[in-house]
Structures are given as C-alpha cells and as structure tokens.
Design a protein around this ligand. Structure first.
Ligand SMILES: *Cc1c(COP(=O)(O)O)cnc(C)c1O
Length: 450
C-alpha cells in the first residue's frame, strides 16, 4: 500500500466519523464479465431473478382483482424510466459527462416505494408455497382462484410479520392483509406517523417499539420464533426479498431497449441506489450485473449519519454507532444502523462504490426535482441525485474515473438515479419537505450572490 492510499483511507475514516459527505470506491470489485454470487452458501444467478419475475406474472391476475389501481397494467407492479434534462441542468451535470435518467420507483403502485418489489415478492412466495402444499393450485393454475374462500380460509390461519422503519411494513402489511393473512408490523420509534395510520386503516396490527430499526426487527423475530403459524419476513437475512428486487433488472432491460440505451464497454451505466439495510440496492445491482456484466457500476447512497453498508464493507459486523454516528436522519427509509450481511456478501465483488449525503442535500434535491421535473419523492429517494456530482466532482470520484479508464467514456455514459419512494407521502408532509428544500436553495443562492 502506498503512502498516498493510506492517507486517502485516513481522510475517508475521518469524514465518515465526522458525518461529512464522502465517496468510497470498492477496491475488491471484479471486472470479470461474470462473477459468482453466493448468498447464504447458495450460488444465485439470473435464473433466480427470472423465477421471481415469473412469480409476479403468475400472481398478476389475482393482483389485478385485489387492487383496482393495477387493473390497467393487468396486475403488473412496475415503474417508468424517464430522461430528466431539466433536473440534469439543475444539478449542473454537463451533457459531456453523460445523460441523467430516473427509474421512478417513487411511483410504484400498492406500496409507494421500492419495497413493492422485494416485500411483495416474499409475501407472494409464502402464499404460493402454502397454496401449493395444500393442493389449492398448481403453478399452471389461474391464481385468481386464490381470492376465493378455500384459499382465504387457509391464509387466515397464518400471520405475516415484519420489522420496519415504515416502507417495508407498508408493502408487506398491505399485501398480506389483501391476501387474507393476519398481518403484524413491528415499527421503530423513527417511523412516520402517517405510515402507521395507513397500515391500521388496512387492518394491519402495528406494534410500536421504543428503539431503532434493528431492535424492532429483533423483537418481531423473537415473537415469530415462538409461533409456527407466524411467518417472519427478515429484512436483514432474506433471499426472497433480494430476488424480488433483482427482477427489476429484467424489466429495466426492456425499458432500456425501448429507449435505445446501450450498455457496453464504450457506454457505461452508473446506477445510484439509496441504501438502507442493503437488500433492495443489492438485489438490483446483482440483477443488473447478471445482464450487463462489468459495464454496470452500482453506487449505493446513504445518509451521513447512517452509512451502515459502507461500515459493513469496511469492518464487517460493526454498526454506525461504532463510528460515533447517531443514525438520526430525515431519510427514514435509510435510517438503519447495521447492514444486511447477506447483501454485503453478495456485493463484495459487484459494488463499485458507496457515498454519503447530508440531510440538507436530500431536501435540496427533493426541491430541485419538484421544480424541474414535477416529480414528488420522499427524502430517502433523493439520495441518488448526489451520485453524478460525487463521481465527477470529487477528488475520490475523479481519480477513480481516471484509474478505471472510465473518464474517456463519460460522454456516452448513462447516469440512472433510482428514486425509491414517495407516492403515498401525505400532501402536508410533502409540502413541509419541499419548503425545507426551497429554503436551503434560497440560502445557497444568497451565498452565491454575496
Ligand atoms: C427501504 C428503502 C430503501 C433501501 O432499501 P434497503 O433494502 O433497506 O437497503 C431506499 N429507499 C426507500 C424509500 C426505502 O423505503
């Protein structure tokens, strides 16, 4: 190791502890065309993502029946892909450095966040396995029959439980209750009130816990362990969740093809993914890597006070508290002190990097996106927009682009910001977010004028 890399590492650790925005690039990333991904001792591949997608398709007729908002898409839960030139200008990303796109999971129906992919997939997988075991369906059946009495009576005997800061609870609670399961969501103190209200309105049992996210999960897990009729969705350890997220890559490929977006050695793809426990971004990064090989570069985005995934990559088993951080952030979907080890294991050879974002920047970008593109996202979902600046504007980013040879291909690059939530934020709460962002923008303008 050169003295230069040692001092870079020291600066990184100082920034991490001081909760200053930083960019870390992954020295262990592999540029091989294919990497083997092992999760919990099992090799997973594109075939597993396709299986998850097929499961969504089998359930589509049932979902179209249960959720009026899905009738138009025949029961498919998917989001748009949008070119966002006005936001690109607002961010100051020169066209010579690539084109900015948004993958609009903030508008995903039913759950209102990216959790519609993983959370709903796991509930469907559980429901499917019960129905198959009990002879109610075969894989070739019309799953709409699961809306009828025999299946509902079967599902009503079971409880589906989850620990959540909010969005995972929303997706699992809403889907489990719609299928006829009893549903319990263990929520941490930092969960937003409107998310609890929304769940209770759907008949979901909401249990509030004093502590943080990790404690809510542990409490839920303990309770479920004692009850054979209780199925616990374990965000920190679930392969089903991750594979549900990974199916997004298959649909994105269709959208890229339709939009004429090419990903190859001369046209790199940078994907910026807000990261909490890591399951969602890891699932998507894994799926994209299976499709586009080393030409896709996944960067995870975390709050400066909750960079649990970066901590896990630097020192496995540690939490953000071990680095003197407090895990307090308005980005409630990302307020996680300890990352999923499963996700971290899968990402070791795949992840290109991880950066952190101050809360003020989340609000600023939330405001810019509203003004420039009319898109409404929650603070967590704005974390991706710092990515292009971190990559092209920071010392760490520029030296990484130079070292990897990617700097030369930047004009052809696609920068894809994954906006992960927002649809169900109540208007008053969103107005307060936007106002805070506008005030930060005004203060920045004043600074520039002075
Ligand atoms: C959950 C969530 C994420 C990140 O997902 P993890 O699996 O926790 O990493 C990002 N954005 C929003 C809005 C979320 O709700």
């Amino acid at each position: 190791m050169t003295t230069e890399t040692i001092s870079q590492d020291q600066t990184l650790l100082e920034d991490l502890r001081a909760a200053r925005p930083l960019l870390w690039t992954n020295p262990a990333r592999s540029d091989a065309a294919e990497v083997q991904t092992v999760v919990d001792g099992r090799v997973i591949s594109l075939a597993d993502s396709i299986e998850a997608q097929d499961r969504f398709l089998r359930f589509a007729p049932l979902l179209a029946q249960l959720f009026p908002e899905l009738r138009e898409t025949g029961g498919r839960i998917e989001s748009g892909l949008h070119r966002v030139p006005a936001m690109q200008r607002a961010l100051g990303l020169a066209p010579a450095r690539g084109a900015l796109w948004v993958k609009a999971d903030h508008g995903l129906p039913v759950a209102g966040s990216i959790k519609a992919r993983g959370g709903i997939h796991e509930v469907l997988e559980f429901a499917e396995s019960l129905a198959l075991e009990n002879g109610l369906i075969t894989r070739e059946s019309d799953y709409a029959t699961l809306a009828q009495a025999p299946a509902r009576e079967l599902f009503a005997r079971y409880e589906v439980a989850v620990g959540s800061t909010g969005n995972l609870g929303l997706s699992i609670g809403v889907m489990a209750a719609a299928l006829g399961f009893r549903a319990t969501v263990h929520m941490s103190a930092d969960a937003k009130e409107w998310k609890k209200t929304r769940l209770r309105a759907r008949g979901v049992n909401v249990v509030e816990h004093e502590g943080d996210y990790a404690e809510a999960v542990a409490a839920g897990r303990r309770q479920a362990d004692q009850d054979p009729y209780c199925y616990f969705v374990d965000d920190e350890r679930s392969l089903s969740l991750m594979l549900g997220y990974s199916a997004a890559a298959l649909h994105l490929r269709e959208q890229f093809d339709a939009a004429g977006i090419v990903v190859d050695a001369d046209h790199p793809l940078f994907v910026y993914l807000p990261c909490g426990v890591g399951g969602a971004p890891a699932g998507i990064a894994f799926g994209l890597r299976q499709i586009y090989g080393a030409h896709v570069h996944a960067f995870f985005a975390e709050p400066t006070q909750s960079p649990c995934f970066l901590v896990e990559m630097l020192s496995p088993g540690k939490s953000v508290y071990d680095y003197g951080l407090d895990n307090r952030t308005e980005a409630d979907g990302l307020a996680v002190p300890r990352a999923s080890e499963l996700a971290a294991e899968a990402m070791a050879p795949i992840l290109s990097g991880d950066y952190t974002v101050a809360d003020d920047t989340l609000f600023l970008d939330l405001h810019r996106l509203r003004v420039s593109e009319g898109m409404q996202v929650e603070p967590s979902a704005a974390a991706g927009f710092s990515g292009p600046r971190m990559l092209t504007g920071s010392d760490a980013g520029r030296s990484w682009l130079a070292d990897t040879g990617l700097a030369a291909t930047l004009p052809n690059a696609t920068h894809l910001v994954w906006t992960t939530g927002g649809l169900f934020v109540p208007p008053e709460a969103y107005a307060a977010f936007a106002e805070r962002g506008a005030a930060i923008a005004a203060a920045a303008d004043d600074d520039l004028a002075r």
